[in-house]
Design a protein around this ligand. Sequence first.
Ligand code: BDR
Ligand code: CA
Length: 353
Amino acid sequence: MIATKTTPDTRLLLDVDTGIDDAVALLYLMATPGVALEAITCTAGNVGAAQVAANNLALLELGGCEGVEVALGSEVPLEVPLVTTEETHGDQGIGYAVLPTARQEVSARHAVDVWVETVRAHPGEITGLITGPLTNFALALRAEPRLPELLRGLVIMGGAFNYPGNTTPVAEWNVSVDPHAAREVFAAYRGLPEDKLPVVCALETTERIECRPEHIDRLSRAAGAGGERVSPDDAAGTLSTNANPVVGCVSDALRFYLEFHRLYDQGYVAHLHDLFAAMVATNEARYTTRLATVDVETDSRLTIGQTVGDFTGMWRQPPNARVVSGNHPGECFDLMIARLSALARTRGADRRR
Ligand code: BDR
Ligand code: CA
């Protein structure tokens, strides 16, 4: 059974590189009672930072959450050239979905200022959620090294531990885009109490969150929007005709992601990494963690971007992360369907293209 929160007890500050799974995560957060989105900062990753910002603003409007600040951050990683992946997420970052330009504009504040000012103003109250490369957060840590203590907590989607990468044989995308930033972030958490250590959602558990066509169909039916058929037999790029704007957007976005995963022999499924991280940040997903000392390779030609976790104290260094070791995909999809369908119901049937 899905619990319904009634009090605003989760104040979230997001940094994202939206991104299909970031988009689904954002819609889930907008739809979750008790979650307050303090601001959304944008990092370059899946697509360029300006496109990330445009996507976030459009999604906020789609979800009826205008007014949440959206701020641009760094347009490039700390030390390596930017690589984006339109192949994975589509030219605009949300697959085949096409959302109108939002009315709201990007904030005048820089992402780093948003993080530093928001967290300083509310010590111990803000949970950070980062579902893109760690560039902005690393820069914010340079500006305010006390962020780890001042945050209530931090959830990161990134890395792969004793598990193949999805970008190189050993590196996960978010860390691979900016390995130096990831290294700085993990270093900043060395020696902190366990409850302050970041919860790291890495590929070995996020790839278990396998969205399939039936999840999209269940979402549509739960929203009262009829069946939503997305089939591996459809021509690539077939667009949804669903009258509900939220269902149509999610369907068109996820179809692209399903096709991408099939292209790489993973089946007609879509890994919703960032959705799981969002559910960890709201404390709605059940999960287990293992303490680890995490470092990131930044020098090797072959293994740059690899996250190395010492789970047994071989390095004799204090842990700096809580790496998720177990999760419950079925429950995550029940939650996704409950939340997104509730949001879809409130957004009516006036699909805008
Ligand atoms: C991560 O990389 C991005 O493509 C996804 O949005 C997710 O944050 C998975 O490796
Ligand atoms: Ca992402």
